[in-house]
Design a protein around this ligand. Structure first.
Ligand code: KG4
Ligand code: ZN
Length: 334
């Protein structure tokens, strides 16, 4: 099956071609330069950039895979969650191709794409715990089978990636902040500043493995207000902040693995590109007897290959979505 997949939920315009479930091309056009000076994604600018980039990105993906529109057997596109103006661009482009060519079409949940992204590189058997850490989401799932995901915890406030982006803004490092902080932290001391780690109690209103990242962001802001943030201090602030985020993510996730007696953990989403998180998850996980699997960097951040993988499974099962399918900013998973 030759499948075209499109992803435009936030600030990356992406298209991929999968042939029999194998990635033949995976093109991502980043808007980092567009949003850099604002310290965050500006939704209107994101939509406009997607409009400009979508057709050339799809053409590049088809060319790189040496697959023509005539040869396609199906089309998949992200239909949520995300910025609605951004989602609509990729979704409408994909639906238009499906309509004109009379091809089967499926809309894909972006979060499911992240949860399965690791399967692009190796078969990871279910069940597994899946920690999804991105700019918009921080959630812990139990992935029981394809299409069956149980939510174990979510962030009660900021997403982990959002905290990276906001701290980068506080330090004047621009957007997106995760990669810059990751690089800067390599020259810093993670024990230099003891930022607080939020430990949440389970209540009737919350899930047992919820996260919170607004406190750490405020703690960094207060530290910078009181001590300044002249560039020589940046590496220590970055390393200490990053260590606190990694501690919070892994403490909760490992507690869930032990409580649910699950032996496998997948980490996905943009923040899973973080070198310290990857290093600590693999090392600490092996001490606990937990198999930890993290996608290679190209599949951690937003991409259309992961959307294609979910789309290919759904099309193969005979599932179809109507071309009236709308984008949903708040689409949930599990
Ligand atoms: O999954 P993604 O590409 O888009 C969303 O669905 O949100 O994730 C983007 C997020 C941004 O917040 C970015 O700062 C963060 O992932 N990120 C990182 C790293 N690379 C990207 N955070 C920490 N360390 C990194 N190396
Ligand atoms: Zn994402």
């Amino acid at each position: 099956m030759k499948l075209l997949a499109v992803e435009s939920s936030c600030d990356d315009t992406a298209a991929a071609v999968l042939v029999d479930g194998e990635v033949r091309s995976n093109i991502v056009v980043s808007q980092d330069q567009v949003h850099h000076e604002y310290g965050g994604v500006v939704p209107e600018l994101a939509s406009r950039s997607h409009v400009r980039a979508i057709t050339p990105t799809i053409e590049r993906a088809l060319d790189a895979a040496a697959v023509s529109l005539d040869e396609l057997d199906g089309v998949a596109a992200t239909c949520g969650p995300g910025l609605v103006g951004s989602l609509l661009v990729g979704l409408c482009a994909a639906k238009a191709i499906a309509f004109v060519r009379g091809l089967p079409f499926v809309g894909v949940n972006h979060l499911e794409g992240h949860l399965l992204s690791v399967q692009l590189e190796r078969a990871v058997p279910f069940p597994y715990l899946a920690l999804l850490v991105s700019g918009g989401h921080t959630s812990l799932y139990l992935a029981e089978a394809l299409g069956q995901y149980r939510v174990l915890g979510i962030t009660r406030d900021d997403a982990a990636g959002e905290a990276f982006d906001k701290v980068a803004k506080i330090l004047g490092l621009g957007y997106p902040g995760g990669r810059v902080i990751d690089q800067l932290a390599r020259q810093g001391d993670p024990l230099a500043i003891r930022f607080p780690r939020a430990r949440l109690k389970s209540t009737r209103a919350t899930r047992p493995f919820d996260f919170s990242f607004s406190g750490i962001k405020t703690a960094v802001w207060l530290y910078v207000r009181d001590h300044g943030a002249a560039p020589p201090m940046h590496p220590n602030i970055a390393a200490s902040f990053q260590e606190a985020v990694v501690d919070m993510l892994l403490d909760t996730t490992f507690a869930a693995a032990q409580q649910l007696d699950v032996g496998r953990l997948v980490i996905a989403g943009g923040v899973s590109a973080n070198s310290r998180l990857r290093e600590r998850a693999l090392a600490d996980g092996s001490v606990l007897g937990l198999e930890v699997v993290i996608p290679s960097l190209q599949y951690c951040t937003d991409n259309a290959a992961m959307i294609g993988l979910v789309g290919a499974h759904r099309l193969a099962r005979g599932e179809r979505d109507p071309l009236s399918l709308n984008a949903s900013a708040t689409l949930e998973l599990g």
